[in-house]
Ligand binder design. Structure first.
Ligand SMILES: [Fe+2]
Length: 255
């Protein structure tokens, strides 16, 4: 168990320095993510590391993804915009994403941090009345991009409870996909079922505000050669904008 429920503390412990990657799995289970710093002898590749953790998850584009801006893309993922906090897999058919691995090829000098919020810290910091409300709602998601996710057989607009008891970790977890309602490149829409648009927006903004508290959110500034692995059941993630900067990460997720 994590003794500290402060994300800045957790983030310091989640670092595996060069040549000291051997206990990364223990840290990953304990803290929900790890940062593997480069520079040790005989470092395994992203593929090697992830194949130890599970089977690659299939998306519309395949399994491995180059995350970098694409000229004129209407998918937020491939712009220099900020990505709101979310779990992976809400809109994708197939096995649930367990671990997300990312390798840094090109790091921006300013911005482009990967944002990671800890479930454990969220539950420790969120007001009790907010948690109560969250336990009684479902959120409907509507995909807005094509060719990225694999479509679900049932068509549609998944409805997902934002707090779920996780059968794998035995802990409560957040299952959520925040979105910027005003961004024309947003990947999806999210609305609380049975609430007006205003009520829904207000509730989602309250959740976002807690997730963005410094005690809950860690912003990882990338260095070339680093690998970050996240447990999709223990953390949610997003990114800061990086206008005018280069940035390339390679992502491989496993179930
Ligand atoms: Fe993601």
């Amino acid at each position: 168990m994590i003794n500290s429920l402060d994300m800045q503390d957790i983030a310091q412990r989640a670092v595996c320095p060069p040549g000291q990657h051997q206990d990364f799995r223990k840290k990953l289970d304990e803290y929900g993510f790890v940062v593997l710093q480069p520079g040790g002898a005989d470092e395994p590749s992203l593929d090697d590391i992830m194949s130890e953790l599970g089977e690659p998850v299939e998306y519309g584009f395949g399994t491995k993804l180059d995350l970098q801006p694409k000229e004129g893309s209407d998918n937020l993922q491939f712009t220099t915009g900020g990505m709101p906090l979310h779990n992976d897999g809400i809109l994708n058919a197939g096995p649930e994403v367990r671990y997300i691995g990312m390798y840094c090829v090109t790091a921006p000098e300013v911005g482009g941090e990967t944002l990671i919020a800890s479930n454990a810290a969220f539950f420790a910091q969120a007001p009790a009345d907010l948690l109560d409300v969250m336990r009684g709602i479902t959120i409907e998601y509507r995909n807005r991009i094509s060719g990225y996710y694999r479509d679900r057989p049932e068509g549609d607009h998944p409805r997902v409870a934002p707090i779920q008891d996780d059968p794998v970790t035995g802990k409560p977890r957040l299952v959520i996909g925040l979105t910027d309602r005003d961004d024309p490149t947003r990947t999806h829409d999210a609305t609380v079922v049975g609430r007006t648009a205003e009520e829904s927006a207000e509730l989602l903004d309250r959740i976002k505000a807690v997730l963005h508290q410094p005690s809950v959110l860690y912003a990882h500034k990338w260095r070339v050669g680093e690998v970050v692995i996240q447990d999709n059941r223990q953390v949610v993630h997003g990114r800061s904008a990086f206008p005018g900067q280069p940035r390339k990460l390679v992502r491989l997720s496993v179930a």
